[in-house]
Design a protein around this ligand. Sequence first.
Ligand code: BES
Ligand code: ZN
Length: 611
Amino acid sequence: MAYDPNSQSNLDEVKTSHIHLNLAVDFVAKTLAGSAELDIEAIANNVSKLILDTSFIAIHSVTLDGAPLKYTLADRHEKYGSALTIELGKTLAKGDKAKVVIGYATTDECTACQWLEPSQTVGKKHPYLFTQCQAIHARSMVPCQDSPSIKLTYSAAINAPLRAVMSAVPTGEEKQANGTTTYKFHQKTRMPSYLIALAVGNLEGREIGPRSTVWTEPEVIEAAAWEFVDTESFIRTGEELLTPYDWGRYDLLVLPASFPYGGMENPCLTFVTPSLLAGDRSLVDVVAHEIAHSWMGNLVTTENWEHFWLNEGFTVFVERKILGRMQGKEHAEFSAIIGHKAMVESVEIYGKDHPFTALRPCLRGEDPDDAFSSIPYEKGFNLLYYLEKHLGGPEVFEPYVRAHVQEFAGRSINTDDWKAFLYSFMEKNFGQEKVDLLNKVDWEAWLAGTGMPPVENKFDDTLAKACNCLCKKWDHSRTVEKPTEFSPKDIEEFSPTQKVVFLERVSELDSLPHSHLELMDKLYGLTPVRNAEIKFRWHMICLKANYEKMYPEVAEFASTMGRMKFCRSLLRALYLAKNGAELARATFKEHRAFYHPIAATMIAKDLGLAK
Ligand code: BES
Ligand code: ZN
């Protein structure tokens, strides 16, 4: 039976099989208003109520077959919202079905939606709306069983004054007499509620592959179409590794700068941050990552947020397999080196004994957003990487990963389900020898242990060597007042990713003198750099060194780039830097409306400004 500590729904009595949304997008009131029709089925006997998750939603009516039903909205749980209890007016026996229609509207406190003013878009002329439902924000957009253990199909009719796109296949549009248009969608593959997604704005589409269109504001369509040309090859490589792509379309939506994540794997339509538009195709591994979710997460889904690593660890593993096949093994291993550093930082931030540093944390009473970090990604990846080696390499492990998808596609699973299938696959296909190897794995330390993983994997450092070497040179130069051995040539041959790794190595050193940082900046052109990953590492070095001259640059970047990886980390580091706290708080307060509600909440907590 599904267990989900982060949902208030009666998951043991009812499941939803389909939701139809009928919503009007009102940019003046900043609301989505209309109805959600839920097709439910009793999974137990004597079911007389349906309990749904809601958060900051105004409920107007609830009906069943046209007849009004009694309902109550409970007092708000601080983290999980207000449970909506609906009296069905009859008892359902196991297998009985019903259609419940809920009339509702969102409010200005809904955390899934960000309503942007025209001034916050690239074009500056039209408003924009986008949603972000993972992990538990779908309940602030649609009253639903907001648990990844529930998988459903959905359809929608969205009435809007500008183009609407969703995590589904478009099925038609109808112009209305008042000048608005109704956009229709259908998602035929069963998926969890956190993958419901909507964006509305001045959008233009450009075909970039046989099943892919990139959507953006017209001003950046050219750049986006150029950056993401490799999309189809990523999907093909995923299909070679796993199973045929199931979702029909794979479109991309490049959002305005306030989008809080790098990418979000909304089915049929991945959402990405505009910071991927580096102009050199160096950041498209995020697209490979979101494509990998088409299998890992979207087909095989975590049962609840305690097993989030099954989504992200597996996705990172497949992302690096795709990268390895397309660009060569050393690139995949280089990515693992960067990932390892991110994990070390996350463990440092939480502290090595913190429960959220465990691969499978307990989230009872917790907000999954607070548990979000690189740990499920990289500890999960490292576990799978270790298992692959331990069990005999890709010839043994890749067939297993494919079988994992075939076994669990369409289902929601937990870590025990995962492990049981791993054992049974290995036994069936390779015999007792592999079972003996599996029995040698320290499962307790990997799954429940806090801090860094129990086994340290070795990654191929071919691409890291030059970065480490240059970093050492800088380290040795620290005692010389005006070092002369450096020049722009040092990094001329570096790929953007090598520049990132060079800066990461520098950030691990005791801070260099400010005059050295000034020289490095001048020679390597760091402050004006466009690539957000490079800029971010440079800013972090300056903050660690309390290099106050750069603080205004940091504040500027952190208030125009809403991807939390950048703005949240920078504001936190600025807050901790010498004489930085005031500026960090002031920057956040001044630009609060720029940030997505999810990012604003997290930053407020980091800066000690939470209510
Ligand atoms: N699904 C995640 C983003 C997410 C996770 C949103 C949890 C809300 C809650 C997405 O696939 C992701 O992992 N994005 C990364 C990409 C990176 C690992 C390549 C990001 O945003 O940086
Ligand atoms: Zn992911």
